[in-house]
Write a protein that binds this ligand. Sequence first.
Ligand code: XMP
Length: 512
Amino acid sequence: SILIVDFGSQVTQLIARRVREAGVYSEIAPFNAAEAAFERMKPKGIILSGSPASVTEAESPRVPQHFFEAGIPILGICYGQQTMTHQLGGKVEGGESGEFGRAFIEVSDRCALFDGLWTEGEKHQVWMSHGDKVTALAPGFRIVATTEGAPFAVIANDEKRFYGMQFHPEVVHTPDGGKLIANFARHVCGLKGDWTMAEFRETKIAEIRAQVGNGRVICGLSGGVDSAVAAVLIHEAIGEQLTCVFVDHGLMRMGEADQVVSLFKGHYNIPLVHVSCETLFMNGLKGETDPEKKRKFIGKTFIEVFEAEAKKIGGADFLAQGTLYPDVIESVSFTGGPSVTIKSHHNVGGLPERMNMKLVEPLRELFKDEVRALGRELGLPEIFVGRHPFPGPGLAIRIPGEVTKERCDILRKADAVYLEEIRNAGLYDAIWQAFAVLLPVKTVGVMGDGRTYDNVCALRAVTSTDGMTADVYPFTTEFLSRVSTRIVNEVKGVNRVVYDYTSKPPGTIEWE
Ligand code: XMP
């Protein structure tokens, strides 16, 4: 395994992801818990992450010095390179001007990291983000690649198998970064690369058992992939100690609520409480047009219903959530222990404190596509696992203006036609998210010989890797015409269809 020492970079989890992609198991430990992790794991290699800190500050974090005497390979990334250099007798200085963004690296010499990948004289794109830089090498190191702003862009100590990179190989903007990390993990550390999702499943099951013991766990299902995968995994670990609660707010897509119930009850036989409370939600949304108030009402009501059900079930010690890495901002504090802040637009945010429950979050390290892979590993049907993300407040934020059951029904039908056409065209998996929006605008139309005065439906489809930024999906005109015709013909209440051509930024993916 590989130990990743986290100095508080925002992208440390991406390093872990690249190591997983290389088929190697890794664990992340905050720098101040690294020694314990080292003792426990006995890793075959160490990767040092980047950091918002500066090596030139006296208080900045360091690598436990004995890691450098353990005889195992070490890869330092950005701050990791700098602290390694500093701790081994080289020099790091604050640069007058940093380097941020795309840079081109020139390979000047061979090294094991580049084997089969880069050779001397080549130029490659990398992603830089640094103010400080190495200005004198530690003994035993040599330069193997440079950029204009960082003459020590990649350094190597072949004998000790220590490597340092000023750029970030873990981000997608360094196109060969994944291969560099794979070279380190397999070629330099000699790890086999046979780690799989099946092993992740086993590891997590053991962890869940250890955490929960004989305790009872309650899990809120949203109908989405994340909470479903978390629930199935936890059920596999602790069986009947888990109860799922499905708060059905009536704001789901066509057929979705039934799918959840039949999957959990029928397929997996997981204890499930299905709470149908459409009326409660519709009544509360009556007359409300402010997007934030709609969101807040739904979030609050969801929690209240969930809490009431949890009380009825009674005795739950843990709350399970399908929180993913992009939902989590983990930062390491430099004064005390590691501090964790959760940015959560999850439906059940705030609940654990209120109910005095501990959290079980087995998917915290994973990215969406990895959760899907785990879902497949657990035998969840493709239709469920491959499903586009769906927001907690559901259709309510796709109906600008007042939400009513009637408008939800219209939107559900239009959305179902749109998605059916997307699936028929074989485009579903190429799109991150596609959905219909029902606008609070009526326009005039003509059908047959009659005048119509009905709703406008907007279609949205975007590509994205993490939902943070998004591009519009470029459908053909034929495709859009076909969907438009079908929606107007088949969905009573809609007489006009438009396509949303806004990327994110400046638009968000959802309309509210
Ligand atoms: P935006 O609209 O902010 O959406 O560009 C980014 C991604 O987040 C999803 N989303 C939510 N997911 N609860 C969720 O679980 C929410 O309140 C929520 N709001 C937006 C959205 O569907 C997209 O995938």
